[in-house]
Design a protein around this ligand. Structure first.
Ligand code: BG6
Ligand code: MG
Length: 217
């Protein structure tokens, strides 16, 4: 049975949540209200558009369509300034261990991310060449928890959805993987990602033996 492995980007491969947070916080402050790290948890795995909608709800702000569009652009310009300087040192611990093991075993690898900045980030940290397929925010019409992003990735990998494994740090992402009938692996707090099939705090807890079991299941 041919297997495929799909990775989310933000919070799984790199810790970009802190940069998203700083960029959203700047926008909130410019608009005259606060945005906390706790509130930023709601933004994980969520599309840029939906994030701005939530931010405006938090700040109790109305926006014209023109303002909404301008603020989306402003937030992204600010975010791009943070990711501009990213390099391999920002890859989360033991991610290369798992990617290398999959490569050595000729297992196809896909990215399944909500971000429209996924490709440049993978390039900057030097991991782009590991991915056979990249599906990101530019290729989907429905955001997680809709399974679209993972289903497109499986199709492009040429692997049945039920033979795919998904690594995710967001509740919406775990739900998307489960709906797609893929094996969901939660990276982060198990009490938050309680719908995941397996849970780990990070990749240092994932052995190559475990990956091997997933490949041969
Ligand atoms: C997800 C992040 O991966 O991408 C979200 O978890 C983010 O926080 C979303 O909003 C969209 O990212 P971008 O780079 O297109 O603004
Ligand atoms: Mg994520």
């Amino acid at each position: 049975m041919k297997k495929g492995f799909i990775f989310d980007l933000d919070g799984v491969i790199v810790d970009t949540a802190k940069y998203h947070y700083l960029a959203w916080k700047k926008l909130a402050n410019d608009l005259g209200f606060e945005f906390t790290k706790e509130q930023n948890e709601l933004f994980k795995g969520v599309s840029r558009k939906r994030c701005l909608e939530i931010l405006l709800e938090i700040g109790n702000r109305e926006a014209t369509q023109e303002e909404f569009d301008t603020w989306m652009v402003e937030k992204n310009i600010d975010y791009l300034k943070y990711i501009e300087h990213m390099d391999a040192s920002e890859i989360l611990p033991d991610v290369p261990k798992v990617l290398n093991y999959l490569k050595e075993n000729n297992i196809p690898i896909a990215l399944g991310s909500a971000s429209k900045n996924a490709r440049p980030i993978l390039e900057k940290v030097g991991l782009l060449s590991y991915f056979n397929v990249i599906v990101d925010g530019n290729n989907v019409t429905k955001a997680k928890p809709d399974p679209e992003v993972f289903l497109i990735a499986a199709k492009q990998l040429g692997v049945f959805a039920e033979n795919c494994v998904v690594f995710e740090d967001a509740v919406a992402g775990i739900e998307a993987a489960n709906t797609a009938k893929m094996a969901s692996i939660g990276i982060g707090d198990a009490s938050v990602l309680d719908k995941a099939k397996h849970n780990f705090n990070d990749f240092t807890e994932i052995s190559t033996d475990f990956i091997s079991q997933l490949i041969h299941k």
